[in-house]
Write a protein that binds this ligand. Structure first.
Ligand SMILES: Nc1ncnc2c1ncn2[C@@H]1O[C@H](COS(=O)(=O)NC(=O)[C@@H](N)CS)[C@@H](O)[C@H]1O
Ligand SMILES: [Zn+2]
Length: 488
């Protein structure tokens, strides 16, 4: 590649220091969603944003096929009787569920809730479907909209009241250990997806007082957003037999006895789009990993009035060749828009690779590549076009991952005392790790002192154990390192 020149430096001031404003603007400018829908916490997916989400969903569907999960589709309405069968679950969701009580003027004979998640919709059917050990492991999933009347500050994609792209997988197993194996498989599924989104993350085992309502334990996968707050983008829950007992989900063993199943669930949502926006963005807008970019390469013809070369035709030829090679292409041949404006529009949308062609490029049978992640520009000979485009897109996803991992690693700090931790939360943000005795009282006190949430302890648990340290709160021997962060 000749004359590689950096026409623009990557700027991330606004992205880092005014992230909240940056984020709200980008939802609009990049045409992800329209926030003007007249219900708080419910937004409209716009075509470009929805194409990003659909590309992510396709990756999820492929992982579900790879791991033998079957897709189902449940009703969104759940009768009160079924919702109110697992005590912890009810307690956890009661304040957030939306009720349907009337059809027109007539009150319904059975009150219904809009699903906040689908345990209480699915498990009465699990009771009918699961009879024998031969039915296990039982693995289903759906991607649907669910409703949680969040009382905290709502924010597009991140904290909404209609989670419109809620992925939930629900499984049943013949033993605690097989459910554990499922959790490990869920972590593998999540890792494959995160790699495709160039998102490095941490997994923490939630403290007992913050696990999912009805769960035996919960794992949370988090990224760190530019403002240093963590965003939980995936959760895996081991239910043991808690729901099986509440919904009488039993199976006949090979010996002819009847046992309760052990269950797990795994959940993600449109927060994945928020994570991609936050982790990979810069001051010019989104930077989309090519794996999920609706447009991987935008071709921009730059015709000159007096030139004898037909730049538009040449641009179309190039686009056709890239499209035939399987890339998602768009030619921006809008007559009334200056090239600079076109660059701006597609940079905001995070298109990973721009190809510019002017008369000189037609004459020399070449094209100018401009990378969205580094702003590097270089010229490519026409015969190397497809190969160079593929190589550049691969280099972009690798660079996005490396840059994001660098950010994550420099925003996790392990210290010994609450004073050090407090200082860190003042001048920096991110995840702070402290020695902890494992007692709930200390955990909750440290959350209050730090005005932060305990994410939990590193998972797997073996990596959380520490020796020779004193609990940062009570001074007793510490058993684990505990993670704290300001969260979304
Ligand atoms: N209000 C919300 N807006 C957007 N995403 C959300 C919201 N609440 C939760 N999520 C996302 O949905 C994922 C799963 O939600 S959850 O409550 O943790 N887990 C469940 O509901 C389990 N039944 C697994 S499906 C979370 O990891 C988080 O990424
Ligand atoms: Zn302690």
């Amino acid at each position: 590649m000749e004359n590689v020149n950096k026409v623009t430096e990557v700027k991330r001031e606004r992205w880092m220091n005014e992230f909240s404003e940056w984020y709200n603007e980008m939802i609009e400018l990049a045409e992800i969603q329209d926030k003007r829908y007249p219900v708080k916490g419910m937004n409209v997916w716009l075509p470009y944003g929805l194409r990003i989400m659909r590309n992510i969903e396709n990756l999820i569907h492929m992982e579900m096929v790879r791991t033998g999960h079957n897709e189902v589709l449940f009703p969104a309405l759940i009768p009160e009787s079924e919702f109110e069968r697992e005590a912890e679950h009810i307690a956890g969701f009661h304040g957030e569920v939306l009720w349907v009580t009337h059809a027109g003027e007539r009150p319904l004979d059975v009150k219904l809730i809009l699903r906040p998640t689908s345990e209480t919709a699915m498990y009465p059917m699990f009771n009918l479907w699961i009879r024998s050990h031969a039915d296990l492991p039982f693995k289903i999933y759906q991607i649907v909209n669910v409703y949680r009347y969040e009382t905290k500050h709502t924010r597009p994609l991140i904290r909404v009241r209609e989670i419109s792209r809620f992925f939930e997988s629900h499984t049943a197993h013949d033993s605690f250990e097989d459910a554990e194996r499922q959790i490990r498989e869920d972590l593998e599924i999540f890792d494959n997806l995160a790699k495709n989104l160039a998102l490095p993350y941490i997994v923490s085992k939630r403290p007992d007082w913050d696990k999912f309502p009805g769960a035996f334990y919960s794992l949370g996968a988090e990224v760190i957003m530019p403002d240093g707050r963590t965003l939980q983008i995936g959760t895996m829950h081991h239910y043991k037999q808690n729901f099986a007992k509440a919904y009488e989900i039993t199976y006949e063993t090979e010996e002819g006895t009847h046992e309760y199943v052990h269950q797990t669930t795994f959940g993600m949502s449109e927060r994945l789009v928020a994570a991609i926006m936050g982790v990979h963005g810069d001051d010019s807008g989104l930077v989309l990993p090519p794996t999920i970019a609706p447009v991987q390469v935008v071709v921009i013809p730059i015709p000159m009035k007096e030139s004898p070369y037909d730049v538009n035709a040449y641009a179309k030829e190039i686009a056709e060749e890239l499209k035939t090679a399987g890339l998602r292409i768009h030619v921006d041949d809008r007559e009334d828009v200056r090239p600079g404006r076109k660059f701006y529009d597609w940079e905001i949308k995070g298109v990973p690779l721009r190809i510019e062609v002017g008369p000189k490029d037609v004459e020399e049978n070449q094209a100018v590549f401009a990378r969205r992640d580094t702003f590097e520009k270089f010229t490519v000979k026409r015969e190397n076009l497809v190969e160079e485009a593929r190589k550049t897109l691969d280099a972009i996803i690798e660079n996005l991952y490396d840059r994001a991992r660098e950010f994550l690693e420099t925003h996790i700090k392990r210290v010994d005392t609450l004073e050090e931790a407090k200082k860190l939360f003042e001048d920096r943000r991110g995840v702070v790790e402290l020695p902890w005795c494992g007692e709930k009282g200390c955990g909750v006190e440290m959350e209050e002192i730090l005005d932060a949430s305990m994410l939990g302890i590193p998972y797997p648990e073996e990596t959380a154990k520490i020796e020779g340290k004193k609990c940062a709160n009570c001074g007793k021997d510490a058993k684990y390192v505990a993670r704290f962060a300001r969260t979304y």
